[in-house]
Design a protein around this ligand. Structure first.
Ligand SMILES: [Zn+2]
Length: 144
C-alpha cells in the first residue's frame, strides 16, 4: 500500500479540531441503570459518563456542506482543517482517473470568491466559526 501525496489549494477558511469539536458527556456503558450522581456504574463498574468530542461540522455526510464547500483534513493526525472550495493537484504518478493540474477550468475569480465568501458565512456563522481573518487561499500538501 502506498501513500498518495496531493497538493491542495483551498479557497476558504482554516479551522482547528478544537474549533470544530465540543466535548460532551455521554454514558460510559449501556447498562439499564439510572443516571444518578455516581462516578461509576454500580452494575459493570465503568465510568457513568465519559467525555466525547461532538463534531460541529463533519468532513463527510454532512448535509450542510455544499457542492462548492468541503471540509478537508490534510492528513490523519493533523489539527488543521480547511472549509471551502478545494482545488487539488495530483502528482502525475497518481491514479490515472485523476485529472491533472493543467485540466482545471478557468473561473471568473471575483464572482466565484464573492459567492463562496457568502456561502461560507452562511455555513459558519451559525456555528460561531466564521472569522474573516481566516478567509483566503490556503495551499498545503496532504494525503488521502
Ligand atoms: Zn454499566
Amino acid at each position: 500500500m502506498s501513500t498518495t501525496y496531493t497538493a491542495y489549494t483551498v479557497i476558504g477558511v482554516h479551522l482547528t479540531k478544537r474549533q470544530l469539536t465540543e466535548p460532551i458527556a455521554v454514558r460510559g456503558c449501556n447498562c439499564d441503570v439510572p443516571d444518578k450522581a455516581t462516578r461509576f456504574c454500580p452494575h459493570c463498574g465503568k465510568k457513568m459518563f465519559v467525555s466525547k468530542n461532538l463534531w460541529r461540522l463533519k468532513t463527510t455526510d454532512d448535509d450542510r456542506l455544499t457542492a462548492n464547500i468541503r471540509l478537508i483534513l490534510p492528513y490523519n493526525g493533523s489539527d488543521n482543517y480547511f472549509a471551502g472550495m478545494v482545488l487539488s493537484c495530483d502528482a502525475p504518478w497518481s491514479s490515472a482517473d485523476e485529472k491533472p493540474c493543467w485540466d482545471f477550468k478557468h473561473w471568473p475569480a471575483d464572482k466565484v470568491i464573492q459567492d463562496l465568501l457568502v456561502e461560507l458565512q452562511d455555513l459558519l456563522k451559525p456555528l460561531a466559526l466564521w472569522d474573516e481573518r481566516e478567509f483566503g487561499i490556503h495551499t498545503f500538501v496532504g494525503t488521502r
